[in-house]
Ligand binder design. Structure first.
Ligand SMILES: [Zn+2]
Length: 434
């Protein structure tokens, strides 16, 4: 298959398996839906001619002969420790702030409260720009720059914009970001601080996407880096799954719960874990994947409940968990496929519930998670109530970002004590504001 492909200068050796170890085992791009292609991975590519996302494929047999868990353990603690399974062809092409290997935290107190004592949280808040979007941006920008893109452009609900703007600046590439006016305000500042050409729109992310596509059409060499409209953001996100497996000693948990807007994180984790299976580094079982959405924008949950294979656009999308405001995800069918293939499920939670969960998590564990991450804890409550989750399940929640980016989600009016006043005695101290 690979020999039929015309490769550009930056492509990998003709027969990766026969060569000495290379930095990447990337071979071709394949359509996620139809049999068109394969597509040349050595050139900038968008979606398949059928409109579906392209997926990066690797020579995993070669990768398994080049490296293994033991050697990977000796590498620096960043997502680039899995470079054979990432698309950049050399270490020189890597654009990095040292992202990856985020903590997998035991949540004993919160787990006991929620009835899942074996609760762990993959905490993405320490990543550069404060969210899991840094993974997709690190890999996407590195590969875009390596392949000679003139610039990157994307619609964003905020955090992807901050991440791509920062990595693009570090790569010396121009970045164009378009975000809804309701996106977290700090993300505007982050885009502008990194010198991105930043625009607001009074629509939602799909409207921003249309604006970006039209702009890119008039800018030769610009990459449309919208969710799943280029193949490599997904490759960055899959490293969440690779890290969870490595951090558990090369095995998987029973359940992974992921807040789902565009769905790249969940699809990426499933892809990464399947690659690890093929490499022989983990066993046969995959975790049951759970997609969590906000009740105000739940196209994937609705499709899952109707047993549909594709999503329909959600009207009047609205939620405090702004990252979940994706009314018409391009990769909805891939999310549905991943949750069905793993025996998973999809859950919608209300804003009121997820804000309560956010405060509960902060009180119990000291972690101020983002509203999207908090939605996963509400989902646990629902899934325990129905018996879908049991106390024996080892559950990993992915907290996709820092609560600090959403200051309006916490109370900020503690009692004011006059400078010459007195703080109440312990017994009379007010309860924390709920
Ligand atoms: Zn196709």
């Amino acid at each position: 298959m690979a020999s039929e492909i015309t490769r550009s200068d930056s492509a990998l050796p003709e027969n990766v398996a026969d060569s000495s170890p290379a930095y990447s085992a990337l071979t071709v791009l394949e359509c996620s839906r139809c049999s068109a292609g394969p597509y040349d991975a050595g050139q900038i590519q968008g979606t398949c001619s059928c409109g579906a996302p392209l997926l990066a494929r690797y020579d995993l047999a070669a990768a398994a002969s080049w490296t293994g868990p033991k050697e990977i353990a000796t590498r620096p603690p960043s997502l680039w420790r899995y470079h054979e399974l990432l698309p950049t062809s050399s270490a020189k092409s890597v654009v990095s702030f040292g992202e990856g290997m985020t903590p997998l935290l035991p949540m004993e107190r919160l787990g006991a409260e929620l009835g899942v004592p074996r609760l762990l949280m993959k905490d993405e808040s320490p990543l550069p720009t404060g969210s899991f979007k840094a993974r997709g941006a690190a890999v996407g920008v590195s590969r875009a720059a390596e392949l000679g893109a003139a610039g990157v452009a994307l619609p964003t609900n905020g955090n992807a914009g901050s991440a791509w703007a920062a990595y693009a600046a570090r790569a010396g590439l121009p970045c164009l970001a378009v975000m809804p006016t309701d996106a977290p305000e700090i993300t505007r500042a982050e885009c502008m601080a990194a010198g991105a050409e930043t625009y607001l729109t009074d629509g939602l992310i799909n409207d921003a996407g249309r604006l970006v596509r039209a702009a890119v059409a008039g800018r030769p060499g610009y990459l449309d880096a919208s969710t799943l409209r280029e193949p490599y953001r997904l490759e960055g996100k899959k490293t969440i799954g690779l890290e969870i497996a490595e951090q558990l000693g090369w095995r998987v948990p029973d359940v992974i719960i992921f807040p789902t807007g565009g769905g790249v994180g969940l699809v990426g984790i499933a892809k990464g874990l399947r690659e690890l299976q093929e490499l022989g580094w983990i066993g046969e079982a995959l975790p049951r994947m759970v997609a969590v959405q906000a009740a105000g924008c739940a196209p994937i949950v609705r499709a899952f409940e109707y047993q549909a294979d594709t999503t329909e656009p959600w009207a009047d999308a609205r939620t405090e968990a702004f990252g979940l405001t994706v009314p018409d995800p391009l990769g909805g069918f891939l999310v549905l496929e991943a949750i069905r293939a793993t025996g998973g499920t999809a859950v919608a939670v209300t804003d009121e519930q997820l804000i309560a969960s956010q405060r509960q998590a902060a009180r119990a564990e000291g972690t101020w998670v983002c509203p999207e991450g908090a939605a996963c804890f509400t989902a646990i409550q629902q899934l325990r109530a129905t018996g879908w989750l049991t106390p024996n399940d080892e559950v990993v929640v992915v907290n996709t970002g820092a609560g600090l980016k959403y200051p309006q989600t916490m109370p900020t009016h503690p009692p004011l004590i006059p400078a010459d006043g007195t703080i109440p005695s312990g017994a009379e101290a007010p309860m924390p504001e709920a």
